[in-house]
Design a binder for this molecule. Structure first.
Ligand code: SF4
Length: 461
């Protein structure tokens, strides 16, 4: 039998509990148990005036942003609509049915004002890291680092080639916020000072973003999202936005390692990374910090013509010399110079050479130095650290490390596919930093929720 037609009928009174309508296994129920915003008000207290109209509750804004980044809703306008309509989102934001959702403009006002001044989003992210440590998900021993390109909100059509781009002509007072941030970060190692090389194009709308073709496809404007993770459970320990060039990404690794040591007293036994991080200075820094570099070494000494490369010569540290496969010594100095600057050394590079007479009569000369009178080998400043990394690369632990490294790549895949962060919505270094921090916060919360799902009963019970 067909039932009666459903007529819209407004009841005068409702007895309605949001809690009863949020499924027991809803992701937000699990996440809610790990969101600790008690310290938010204290953290922000200095940034609010004691007089005037009461502001929107910052905890409500943060809860809404967590919902947005956990479910890939990064448009604040859409987020307000979704929270207005979705019962689970309302429940998580502590909004009752009749409570008003804040206007979308509230987010940008707070983001550009108090949230940035107080570094609230970093504080929020660090509370999730502290919670992961408290739950026993982080040993802090085997850390991995990597960077991923995230497209900036900038287009090639609205950009200038390097010969037309003139910083001196920018009027900082009249410039948009992203341009002012670009000017402010010109001397920072993560942005303007990362390299003296000018990019091919600079965007007018977001000049701090980097024109890059690193994905081997069409070039685009991008920022790099740098993650430092603990490989035990793939918890993100730190996040940093930089220009999309190797020097800036590698430099951010030092920043992040120093920060986790100061904040959480984490002193890793090893750092796992790909070849981009295998430069001499980076390996040297890690060895000085007593962190084992599980990183492939960048080595340009290899030869393609079949002759012996540097790896075929044995290093004799005690006597400061190389020993060739024929057992002859390659020395840096064969006499004492009264003026040390006259020695055959370059900038940070030492040169070692065999005796000409020995090489000329050597039966292995065609395999060693067919086109030279005597064999020469260079040794870079951080060669000791590079040797340590090469020795580590031959161990079984290194093979395990290379598998663990995939965890950071999986986090980036999750970031782009599930959280939808393929292209930034906010402009400027601060905008990129805000988005990366919120996304990393969401990823850590989702990790906690997945590993420790909420018990299957009502919150009030
Ligand atoms: S050519 Fe010189 S350096 Fe090379 S193997 Fe022979 S003696 Fe040693």
């Amino acid at each position: 039998m067909m039932g009666p037609r459903q007529e819209a009928q407004a009841a005068l009174f409702y007895e309605f509990s949001l809690d009863d309508h949020v499924p027991q296994d809803h992701l937000l129920r699990s996440i809610d148990r790990f969101v600790d915003l008690d310290g938010i008000r204290t953290h922000l207290a200095h940034f609010y005036s004691h007089t005037g109209r009461p502001s929107t509750d910052p905890e409500l804004l943060i809860r809404m942003l967590i919902v947005g980044y956990c479910f890939g809703i990064r448009s604040e306008r859409r987020l307000c609509e979704e929270v207005h309509l979705n019962l689970a989102y309302r429940w998580f934001c502590r909004l009752d049915l009749a409570d008003r959702v804040p206007d979308h403009s509230t987010f940008s006002k707070n983001r550009h004002g108090r949230f940035r001044e107080s570094e609230l989003l970093r504080h929020l992210f660090e509370t999730t890291v502290a919670r992961c440590i408290a739950e026993g998900l982080v040993s802090g021993q085997r850390l991995a680092v990597d960077a991923s390109l995230i497209e900036a909100d900038a287009n090639r059509q609205y950009s200038a080639p390097k010969e037309d781009w003139d910083v001196a002509r920018i009027d900082a007072d009249a410039a948009p916020r992203a341009v002012r941030e670009y000017l402010d970060t010109l001397d920072e190692a993560a942005f303007g000072a990362a390299t003296p090389v000018e990019p091919k194009f600079t965007s007018y709308s977001d000049p701090a973003s980097q024109w890059t073709a690193a994905r081997k496809g069409p070039a685009f404007f991008a920022y790099s999202d740098n993650y430092l993770i603990d490989t035990d459970h793939g918890v993100i320990l730190d996040v940093e936005a930089t220009r999309s060039i190797r020097q800036a990404e590698v430099g951010s690794t030092k920043t992040m390692l120093n920060r986790v040591r100061e904040k959480f007293e984490l002193r890793p036994e090893r750092l796992i990374a790909d070849t981009a991080y295998g430069s001499g200075p980076m390996l040297g820094w890690l060895v000085d910090e007593k962190i084992a570099p599980h990183i492939p070494v960048i080595d340009k000494a290899g030869r393609t013509d079949g002759t012996w490369s540097r790896a075929d010569f044995e290093w004799d540290a005690e006597n400061n010399q190389y020993i060739c496969p024929e057992g002859e010594a390659l020395k840096q100095f064969r006499r004492n110079y009264s003026d040390p600057n006259r020695g055959p050394t370059g900038k940070g590079v030492a040169k070692y050479q065999a005796l000409k007479n020995t090489c000329q009569t050597c039966p292995s000369k065609p395999k060693c130095c067919p086109n030279a009178d005597a064999r020469k080998i260079t040794r870079e400043q951080h060669e000791d650290a590079r040797d340590i990394a090469r020795a580590i690369a031959k161990t079984p632990q290194y093979k395990i490390s290379m598998k663990l490294r995939k965890k950071v790549e999986m986090l980036f895949a999750h970031l782009k596919r599930i959280l939808g962060l393929g292209r930034l919505r906010l402009r400027g270094p601060c905008g990129a930093n805000d988005e990366f921090l919120l996304a990393a916060t969401a990823q850590n919360l989702r990790k906690l929720a997945k590993l420790f799902p909420a018990p299957q009963h009502s919150r009030k019970a």
